[in-house]
Structure formats: C-alpha cells, structure tokens
Design a protein around this ligand. Sequence first.
Ligand code: LMR
Length: 394
Amino acid sequence: MFGNLQPQAPDKILALMGEFRADTRQGKIDLGVGVYKDPTGLTPVMRAVKEAERRIWETETTKAYTALTGEPAYLQALSSMVLADARDDARTAMLSTVGGTGAIRQAFEMARMGNPDLTVHVSDPTWPNHVSMLKFMGVPYVEYRYFDAETRGVDFEGMKADIARAKKGDLVLLHGCCHNPTGANLTLDQWAEIVAILDRTGAVPLVDLAYQGFGDGLEEDAAGTRLIVRSLPDALVAASCSKNFGIYRERTGLLMVQVAAAAQKDLAQGALAFLGRQTYSFPPDHGARIVQTILDDAALAADWKAELEEVRLGMLGLRQQLAAELRSLTGSDRFDFIERHRGMFSRLGATPEQVRRIKEDNAIYMVGDSRLNIAGLNRDSVPILARAIVEAGV
Ligand code: LMR
C-alpha cells in the first residue's frame, strides 16, 4: 500500500524551525516561524488566557460534544470581534475551525463546492502554505502582483491590474492585515479600490485575518475586512486566534461565509457542517472556550486587549529601533520601510545567499525569502541583526 509514497518537500518555515533547534551556537537568534516572543525569548500564556482557563476548569461539567459547527457563543463572540456591526447575521454562516489554517482549508473546499471550476488568485508572494494547500487539492491558482521589490511597499497598480483579470466566481485571497511574508499592507483607500474591482468582476474575496491586533490596532486591522463584507454580496473570512490570543497549539479559528441572499444561508451553513463532519467531525473546543470566556467578560477582555496592545507596541518599538540602527550604520534611509511595515514580518529584500550568510556567520535565522519575524528580536539583538545585515551586503 505505501510503496508508492513520494517524499514530501518540507515546509520551508517548519524546516527552518528544526534547523534552528539543532544549531548549538550560543546566542543564536530565531527570526523564522511566526510566533511572538517577549524580550526574554518566551512565548507567554497571556494573563487573560490563564484566568479563562482557570474559570473553565472550575465550571466545566462535561466534555460531551458541542455543536458540529462549533459552540454558538464562541461563533458570536469572535465574529463580533472581527466584523463588529459589519456582520450581517441573516447572510453569514459560520464554522469553528482547527486554527486559521483549518479555516483557510475549509474556505477553499467551500469555494470549490460552490464553483467546481474555481481558480484562486493569491498575492506574490503569499504564505507558502496557501499555495501548498491549493496544489495538494488540485485547485488552479494564479498570482497577482503585490510586493514592490524596490520600495518594499505594495505594488498597488500591479495588484489592481492583476485582480481585475479575475473572473466571476474566482476566489481572490487577500491578507486582512500584517501581510505574511512581506509586512507591506493596503491603506483603507486602497481596500476600497480593491472592493470596487471585485464588485465589478464578480470575483469573491477570501480574507485571511491571522494577525488582527498586531498591526495598527484591533479595530484598525479589521477595517479592510469589514469594508469587504459590507460592500460585497459574497465573501469569506478566515480568522485565527493563534497569534492575538497566543493560543497557537490550541488550534482556534473561525470561518465566516457571507452569502449574497439570506435564502442561501441555510445551504451554506449545511455545507460548512458537512465539511467539518467529513474532515474531523466536531471542532476542538478548549481554545474556542478560552476566547469566548475572555470576549464575553468585560474585565477579562480589557486585560487581554491591554496585553495585546503591549505586544503590538513592543513590535513597533523594535521596528523603529532596527530602522534607526540601520540608518546610522548605512548613513541612508533605505531600510526605513521596516518602520512602515506592520505585523510580525518584514521582507528585507536580501538575496538567498545573503540570508545564508547571515545565518552562517551570525546564527541569525530568517526565512529564505528574507522574511524576518520582528517579534523574535529584543533590544539587545537588534544591533546584532543590523550589523549582520550590513556585513552581508544587503
Ligand atoms: C508563519 O508564517 O510562520 C506562521 O503562520 C506559522 C506557520 O504555520 O507557518
């Protein structure tokens, strides 16, 4: 049976995690996988999460199954956080998912159920697993221009021209905020232009919102997504709680599917329940319960928001420090884009050879496309990275 198995190409990000662990050098710096680290290098359990877990432990009386599409109170609470008053209850079907990746995967499945001739449009570049999942599913994809290698900002003219080529019923995958891997993001005016193009073409957006609260703020980071659902008939939104609640291993996500007419909602809800049942049946509940406990309690929610804001501002501070350090080392402002980028990541624009050199000479690990995780830095490691970047000739 298994004689025909072929070796799988390792995921680049996960392979780098393994390489970092195996490196025995003192002072090695991990800027690879997208996991938040505090200044001491720990990925802490957030205060509100600990408190929610304590309350759950004290009050939970059963581990019997919850609803097939997930605990309704969780779906309400998280969708309210993401969409606020842009959520149209009469037209929105929801599924609690196994992390943000589970939401993306089910979104692809759902789109393919709706349109068997589906083509998915993804940004160039995008999170490698987007493309990997599409290849595995045999769903055709095309790339739209996104990153301007010169300015390290968004190539907005290119993006618009390419998205305008999407056909009715195609899926256009957009990063809601904190673009992974580049860190370059759309302004709200630019979101409005993208919405107008989607409206004209009839292509359907799928927003991947994995970093809400890591960019410009919890509300600001959802503004583009909210505009999308307010303005367009069909839309899919995949939200992740891995980063903003720091509950990576609990695998907590949400897929929202907005349909054009209220009469289609039951069909969409039924399709989501079916997809869940076919893949893993009931979704995991612990992470969802943590999120719902926090969001439904004003004091816990306030504490969580305060801690999330500390995390966000910490990353912004590191961006500013790194940009300033590079300004003084190079006597130029050519790395100022690091300060303009938002979220965990920035694409530096280094060649694979320079990335390799930085790793070999300095034990600093970033993804081969020169994506660096800002949250892997601290005040002391920023100058070390800045020097390494300059020495590698970036
Ligand atoms: C990343 O891009 O590093 C994260 O989303 C983690 C992952 O699963 O790749």
